[in-house]
Design a protein around this ligand. Sequence first.
Ligand code: CTP
Length: 392
Amino acid sequence: MKIYLVGGAVRDKLLGLPVKEQDYVVVGATPNEMLDMGFRQVGKEFPVFLHPKTNEEYALARMERKVKPGYKGFTFDTSPRVTLEEDLVRRDLTINAMAIDPDTGSLIDPYHGKQDLDHKILKHVSPAFAEDPVRILRLGRFYARYAHLGFTVAPITIELMRDMVKAGEVDALVAERVWKELERALSEQNPEKFFEVLDECGALAKLFPGLDVKGTGMQALIAAAESSNSPAIRFSALLHDLPDPRKSIIALCNRYRVPNDYRELALLTAQHFQAALDFKTLSADEILNLLGTLDYFRREERFYKFLAAVKAIDASRRKKLFKSFKTVDASDEFDPRHLIEAAQVSKQESAKQIREFIAQGIEGRELAEKIRKTRLEIIENFFAGQGQNMHK
Ligand code: CTP
């Protein structure tokens, strides 16, 4: 029996990046031998074991073959005769198909992953890539992660992915897998690169209809990625300008079972970013309405995320203007400080009065009206103090 370190850990070690997870492949062993050594079996479809002490994953070397379409249409051969090379050839990218012998530290690299790392190329290992459409998304995600290092996608891999899309492979993708890869892509340094890859191979229109790699949403995503690490803020910036935004966002979120916090922030952003951008032209009444619609008084954290998405939208628009006119007026940059302060004072200063109203036994509609009136006055006073000329 022989154990090798494989996959992302080898890749990231060679790139000089921190290693998150260490996965191992075991050659020449049976499941019973693994259990006898104290490993715990996980994974129903093929034998993967957890090390009794480190909890790291050890998979028996396996060959995979697709027997029918879809996510589960694979058969596996995990006999002890399967070689390391046979295990590596079924993997997605050459840079993910290298192994290290932990005893000697030497690199086993039958598919020239090291060379592709040095040349900064994302390339499939073999035609077996086409058997798993998730790999299109994974490749997009790796591109989003490594593009800033100078990585590109091999044209031959783009071609293969185009063929996969034409053959209807992406139609078989399971919602959860798409969302998982999308969420991870959104968290990478250049999330827009994920969509570029999908666009180049024809998968974008099928998976994310309405998204345009040259559109304003993509520009807002780029700006959001520069200013925030939050995938939800990036997601909301991306979707703010879809055609018929409410309907499109709901359709996309339903299709991929996107978590509610993403859906809500994206909907609020698409529906209210313009009002937030124009807040200086709003009356105190309209500002209070906006805060109410954004559910600021109960969901303050989300309000800040909303503002971060709006800021990214504004930054991307200004960048576009700058490109056309080579100059933009810095003074009309979106600066939400007064909006935030108005929101905060109206929340804090109304709190004591609300408690008093409740102590007086006021409730229901009357209480709601009194709270509204109190907050309205606070906001009016706040802006009067700022000298802001409110449109009444
Ligand atoms: N792999 C694959 N095809 C997939 C999923 C995984 O070939 N659809 C292989 C790759 O060799 C990959 C390894 O399994 O390197 C481990 O997969 P995973 O842990 O999902 O990814 P990592 O490559 O480790 O990348 P990350 O840094 O994103 O975890």
